[in-house]
Ligand binder design. Structure first.
Ligand code: 13P
Length: 302
């Protein structure tokens, strides 16, 4: 089947099945282009919760589809490729979190949305990189266990009066970026501003002009008067940035910024997913019932 036929078939199936396609900002270009919505983790979880669709094809990684399934039990949530996981989300499990909580009685638990449903079920509230500081500040407790991303925890700790106790997880892709990478990019592009994701190491974040989630980067690029922007996050991001800010030049901070999990999904798999209704992501009801409040509390923070 050629590309045009695939696109036509996807469109037909979407109508037949009352489906929407959501794609994270890191997805490959053809997947972003076929999606109904492209966004960051927070935007996509909100759309998934509010959508009237019966079927959601989630082009992202497993925890994102799982969050949509938690928020929308009446909808069928599909992940086109089950290999699309998130090593960061797997860096803490529910048992480890229970032990962590026992060590710090009375502390609140903030779980990065990049976590499993079972971890969310043990948490008080979820955060994304777009809202982490605001959400942590909304808690009544002064001590907050922050899981699983230690770099994001550090980022929050520097911007809140609360005491943050981090779990030492990290995103393989962002953690790979070094201070040397920043120095080299700055040398090659002295006029450019540098925007990084808060999942980068604190020493890298400290050298950046801004540290933002992927949705924040889109807005920053539109607003800045600076022409050249070095981007310190997963390379898929450049597609949407170029599309929405064609007057700017985007430079990837380092070619190391590639997440293999975000690259599993392609147009053929989106079509197969819609045709065969694969792969359905479900969350066992006991876990779901305990995970819902953490996600809903996050969505309610103004
Ligand atoms: P955003 O919420 O900024 O889109 O980030 C998602 C993510 O997984 C970063 O690695």
């Amino acid at each position: 089947m050629d590309r045009q036929e695939i696109l036509k078939r996807i469109d037909q199936l979407k109508k037949q099945r009352n489906a929407i396609i959501l794609a994270h900002n890191y997805q490959i270009e053809e997947v972003q282009d076929v999606a109904d919505y492209v966004g960051d983790s927070f935007e996509l979880s909100r759309i998934a919760a509010e959508s009237k669709a019966d079927l959601i094809v989630f082009c992202g990684v497993h925890f994102m589809a799982e969050s949509a399934a938690i928020l929308s039990p009446a909808k069928t949530v599909l992940l086109p490729d089950l290999n699309a996981g998130c090593p960061l989300a797997d860096m803490i499990d529910a048992d480890q979190l229970r032990k962590f909580k026992k060590q710090h009685p009375g502390a609140a638990v903030a779980a990065y949305i990049n976590s499993t449903a079972a971890v969310k079920a043990e948490s008080d509230i979820c955060v994304t990189s777009a809202n982490a500081v605001k959400v942590v500040n909304s808690l009544s407790e002064d001590i907050v266990l922050f899981v699983p991303d230690g770099n994001l925890a550090h980022f929050v700790a520097e911007r809140t009066a609360k005491t943050i106790i981090p779990w030492a997880g990290y995103c393989n892709t962002h953690h790979r970026v070094t201070v040397e990478d920043v120095e080299q990019a700055r040398k090659l592009h002295p006029e450019a501003v540098l925007v990084v994701h808060p999942e980068c190491r604190p020493a890298v974040v400290a050298l950046a002009d801004a540290a933002l989630g992927t949705g924040g980067m889109i807005r920053y690029a539109k607003e800045t008067v600076v022409k050249d922007i070095i981007i310190g996050t997963e390379m898929g991001m450049l597609h949407r940035l170029k599309k929405e800010s064609p007057d700017k030049n985007f430079i990837l901070l380092t070619p190391k910024l590639i997440c293999p999990n975000m690259k599993y999904t392609n147009l053929e798999k989106v079509l197969a997913s819609l045709e065969r209704k694969e792969y359905v992501i479900t969350v066992e009801s006991g876990i779901r019932n305990r995970a819902v409040p953490a996600l809903e509390r996050m969505l309610a923070v103004k």
